[in-house]
Design a protein around this ligand. Structure first.
Ligand SMILES: Cc1cc2nc3c(=O)[nH]c(=O)nc-3n(C[C@H](O)[C@H](O)[C@H](O)COP(=O)(O)O)c2cc1C
Length: 324
């Protein structure tokens, strides 16, 4: 059991917030495979004020898509306050504050991972969020800005001082982006220093890698990010492996094709045909990754615009055992 403020979770595996990926169809699919808590895509406090259709679609949810977290990005108190006022109209179960995003367009405004350079400011912003929000508040940090400034412990202690309910830490620096080794030591140091739950992030791609994260850091839960790409089965694998030490058999083409059809149909129902298919393209390449002779299918899928065309590509994948 994992407790984050007033929220209780049965499983210590959480689907990470991922911009461009964690939309409603994707979240619901992962829940079907055992994922309990998910996050919507990161939302900039400033853009919340524009009340665009896109932002509304990003935050809106359905009862089967709970518990759910919203992740806010910002660095200026006035925009954050206004963003929180707007968020009051929506239902969600956790508010996570982003101090981890490494994108230049974000950090140059002092947002995301740039806050790792000013952990007192991070603390003050978190205090402000905590005072105004009724649901549990969390923060997501990185190990530091670069290898010369690994300061996650300091950032985490400042965050805890602000009264937050749990902390997510991606064990890489801002300059590492998503490559290079995960720094398990720094996550362990943070876990040791804090009394609130610490959730580790980085390379949770398999049951054994999740176990490694737990064993080497002592963290309370893990965040699944790229490991979920084309692989909602990962949530079953983590459950099985941590309970019994067994890795379940990887799904065959037939099962993958069935899940792709389900995902594609959900996308079309949510976004409409053309947009649903276009958004599905990247998921298709993730689902078929590792299978031989799929290069031509990936190429075809990158031009698909209609449901029948994408369905035919999935059908070809299902039957293409013949080519191996
Ligand atoms: C496509 C993509 C989008 C991401 N978007 C976000 C985001 O919006 N907010 C966030 O805190 N982290 C984001 N992340 C980082 C992940 O949550 C996670 O911390 C990171 O990918 C490390 O985990 P992994 O090695 O298991 O992928 C994103 C990662 C990817 C790959």
């Amino acid at each position: 059991m994992l407790t984050i403020g007033s929220l209780q979770l049965r499983h210590p595996f959480i689907l990470a917030p991922m911009s461009g990926v964690s939309d409603q169809p994707f979240r619901l699919l992962n829940r079907r495979f055992g994922c309990e808590l998910t996050f919507v895509e990161m939302i900039n406090a400033r853009s919340l004020g524009y009340k665009s259709k896109k932002t509304k679609r990003l935050i809106s949810t359905v009862p089967s898509d709970r518990p759910i977290g919203v992740q806010l990005l910002g660095s200026e108190a006035q925009y954050i306050e206004r963003g929180l006022d707007i968020l009051e109209a929506y239902s969600f179960d956790i508010l996570d504050f982003n101090a981890a995003c490494p994108e230049r367009k974000v950090t140059r405004r002092g947002e995301g991972a740039a806050l790792m350079k000013d952990t007192r400011k991070l603390r003050d912003l978190l205090k402000l969020v905590k005072e105004r929000v009724r649901v549990p508040v969390t923060v997501k940090i990185r190990s530091g800005w670069d290898e010369k400034s690994i300061n996650a412990r300091d950032a985490a202690l400042h965050a805890q001082e602000a009264g937050i309910d749990a902390l997510f830490i991606h064990g890489r620096t801002k300059t590492q982006l998503y490559t290079g080794e995960v720094d398990y030591d720094v996550i362990r140091e943070v876990k040791k220093a804090l009394s609130i739950p610490v959730i580790g992030s980085g390379d949770v791609f398999t049951g054994p890698l999740a176990k490694k994260m737990f064993d080497e850091t002592g963290c309370d839960a893990v965040l699944v990010a790229r490991g979920s790409f084309g692989n909602p089965w990962i949530f079953e694998e983590l459950g099985e492996y941590l309970k019994k030490g067994v890795i379940p058999k990887f799904p065959d083409r037939e099962e993958i094709a069935r899940v792709m059809e389900e995902h594609l149909a959900a996308n079309v129902a949510f976004y409409g045909e053309r947009m649903g298919v276009v958004i599905f393209r990247k998921f298709f390449t993730w689902y078929v990754k590792g299978f031989r002779k799929t290069r031509f299918l990936k190429e075809k899928s990158s031009h698909a615009k209609t449901l029948p065309v994408m369905q035919a590509i999935i059908e070809e994948f299902r039957g293409s055992r013949l080519y191996i």
